[in-house]
Design a protein around this ligand. Structure first.
Ligand code: FA5
Length: 346
């Protein structure tokens, strides 16, 4: 039996070396290693041999099986390489074939702008902090000097969330601005502090070319012992210069927000009409980009800061409005329409 095995090994190896294509290789595999192949038959018949012979023949047969399997894999690799080389020689490589497309996503223009603005403020010494979209009435309104039934609540049409606990109802909402983070930050940190807070805000209002019901704001807050309105002005002028360039006009006008005193509205001259008046700027020549002001003493008191010692400024800017200014986009509704033709331009 050992002789038979030795002969089989020699024959199989010789035949294998002579093989020149993959079809022949498969026939060889079936002949020796297939279910009905000669080596498989020997292995299956081992049980009929006397115990001693079975052990010796079995070991030898398994060794040969391993050798043939290894040789098969190696031969297959060589044949495939040779076939590819032949193919390249005959057909050549078509270097003019276009490559396979490799689609790559990009950042949304709003996200890009959030990062750019935060970076500018970071270089001016501000820290970036984030908050949650769902907020308590207390932080969104009460702590900002806007108690229940205060007419200023009408400034922010609110999306309320039903939330009941065993002790009664807790008014919860989707934040209408990033200003609640002023309170949360001041509750947690002590002056001096300089932070910016980017985040999504929600308003229950009709949309038009410059109004969306979901949009991004970036809140800014600085509190220290000697902060004045001049610091606010200087910071925002510098920010505008860095973001829009020197030629852009910035306008400060009085405005009312219950949580600042005095309050201001900051606007940039309209990029479409250059200040002459058009549909985008409502014929005013200016586009409002943020509200701002000096933090109200009552707000400072509420978080335990002494308004005799500390003063601060705060601002809240609309990110999409700024992207519109930067790229000359005339309708804010394009931002969330998910039209790839629009988004691919950024
Ligand atoms: C506020 O939300 C105040 N929290 C801003 C503030 C912060 C004032 C700190 C004082 C101190 P206002 O509602 O004006 O204010 O919104 C601020 C900015 O968000 C606006 O200047 C505008 O750029 C943008 N904005 C307001 N409403 C919309 C809207 N519907 N769609 C897109 N952007 C909007």
């Amino acid at each position: 039996m050992l002789n038979t095995l030795e002969e089989l090994k020699l024959r199989a190896t010789e035949e294998l070396e002579a093989i020149t294509d993959l079809k022949e290789l498969e026939a060889w595999r079936l002949r020796y290693l297939g279910r009905k192949g000669s080596l498989t038959r020997i292995l299956r018949g081992l049980g009929l041999l006397p115990l001693e012979e079975r052990r010796v023949v079995g070991a030898q047969a398994n060794k040969i099986k391993e050798l043939l399997e290894r040789s098969l894999v190696e031969r297959e690799r060589l044949l495939k390489e040779a076939e590819l080389a032949r193919h390249v020689e005959v057909a050549g490589i078509d270097v003019t074939l276009p490559g396979r497309p490799f689609p790559q996503g990009g950042l949304h223009p709003t996200t890009q702008m959030v990062r750019e603005i935060c970076h500018i403020f970071e270089t001016m010494g501000f820290q970036v902090v984030e908050g949650t979209d769902v907020e308590w009435d207390y932080y969104n309104f009460e702590a900002l000097n806007i108690p229940k039934d205060h007419p200023a609540r009408d400034m922010w049409a609110t999306l309320w969330i039903d939330y009941r606990t065993e002790s009664g109802e807790m008014p919860m909402l989707l934040r209408t601005h990033t200003s609640p983070m002023q309170i949360r930050i001041m509750e947690r940190m002590r002056p001096p502090l300089r932070v910016v807070v980017p985040g999504r805000v929600y308003r229950y209002e009709a949309t038009d070319a410059t109004h969306e019901s979901i949009f991004y704001q970036i809140e800014g807050l600085a509190v220290d012992e000697t902060i004045t309105l001049a610091d606010l002005k200087g910071t925002l002028f510098e920010f505008s210069r860095r973001l829009f360039g020197r030629e852009r006009q910035v306008r400060f006008r009085c405005d009312y927000f219950p949580f600042v005193e005095p309050g201001v509205e900051v606007a940039i001259d309209c990029f479409v009409c250059g200040g002459k008046g058009c549909r985008l700027c409502n014929e005013t020549g200016w586009i409002e980009i943020m509200g701002a002001g000096m933090v109200h003493p009552d707000v400072l008191k509420r978080v335990g800061y002494d308004p005799e010692i500390y003063t601060g400024f705060a601002f809240g800017l609309g990110v999409e409005r700024i992207v519109m200014l930067r790229h000359g986009i005339e309708d804010i509704r394009l931002f969330y329409a998910n039209d790839l033709r629009f988004l691919r331009q950024f």
